[in-house]
Design a protein around this ligand. Sequence first.
Ligand code: GLU
Length: 449
Amino acid sequence: MAPPLVRFAPSPTGRIHIGNARTALLNYVFARSQGGGFVLRFDDTDRERSREEFVQAIEVDLAWLGIRPDVTLRQSAREALYVAAVQRLKDLGRLYPCYETAEELERRRKLQQARGLPPIYDRAARKLTPDDRAKLEAEGRRPHWRFELKHEIVRWHDLVRGDSHIDTASLSDPVLVREDGNFLYTLTSAVDDVDLTITHVIRGEDHVTNTAVQIQLFGALSDRPPPTFAHHNLLVAAGGEGLSKRTGALSIGSLRDAGIESLAVAALAVLTGSSHEVHPIASLAELSEDFDLARISRTPAKFDPAELQALSQRTLHKLDFESVRDRLAAYEITGFKAEPFWLAVRGNLEALRDVGDWWRVVEGEIEPVVEDAAFLEIACESLPGEPWDETTWKDWTGLVAQAAGRKGRALYHPLRLALTGRETGPELAKLLPLIGRAKASARLRGAAA
Ligand code: GLU
């Protein structure tokens, strides 16, 4: 079988949030798990609401998540394809002009409701004669165009939801071209999926009803079989409400600004709401290893920001030096101490940006906290000569314990306060050799160093 080709198709009408990231990542991880490709397609046919700034922000957010599209394109640059598809549908007699205004349609829907009928478009425009149409156009009306559905049971095997079907008699013929000539998503999406030979459409289950219509469109536009579909459950907030695009705090940008690790966002977005346990990962590739869409559950997945925060810390605590080398360099944490420093402090970080404070303890100048100068003087006199390593702390504090007759917190805590200026922090056995003898003795004597 040819490798799969998937697409993530955001509308650039806002920043993406963790729910959108879930769709993007499920596509990406699925494609990578099978050696396939990933297309980033901006569904920007809604000219009024689409914005260039959101196109760029979405690209930045995806890159931060580790998603590298193989191809990026925009629907606004592909009009010619939609024009040709519309012509084809007209030639097939599947597209028909309608002249009802929104108010007329609303009135009809109300009537249907009052009679207990489903609010389905009654195909009245199908009965218009060429004369009727000419008259309406003479009045200045412009048509919108509907796709005539074949009434049948459309079936597909959904990779998440299993065997699925929709009776198209329960749907209105969808509008594909608006009065102003703008193409609607239902059309453009199917045209692009055909043109790009997308093999798998992986998206939120809010699109399930579009699928029957799009399968019929695929059939009308192409001789190839339609793509395989997978509709994943949606992420919902703790109270059960949907995550709207404008829920600022959950946008990928705001999670990044809050210091959340991108790998934690990815792990949570992909693993939550499935039979996988949510766990920290060291790379996106790790998610591809035992990835299976069939493990996604059918019920909505609850998104808990506290879980993400905790996962972010667990992720950080396990990151190896190579994977943070460049980010540390941005804080000017470089040189031979950078790696042992990282290994010493990573387990104490809430967010990577806290690393600068600890680097100052090792390489910069701090104010020691001195509570008992006489004790610290004894400690200072007991400092062994260099070279120091991770055993130095134990040897030294053994000597200090004897010399000062102290143990436990009374022994260790004043040393930590003097050496780091802080109440808590990474293991001193690891920090001490990085601090070095010169700074250590100055700090034990109460001098800023
Ligand atoms: N632009 C659509 C959306 O953002 C894409 C849906 C699809 O994947 O077909 O919901």
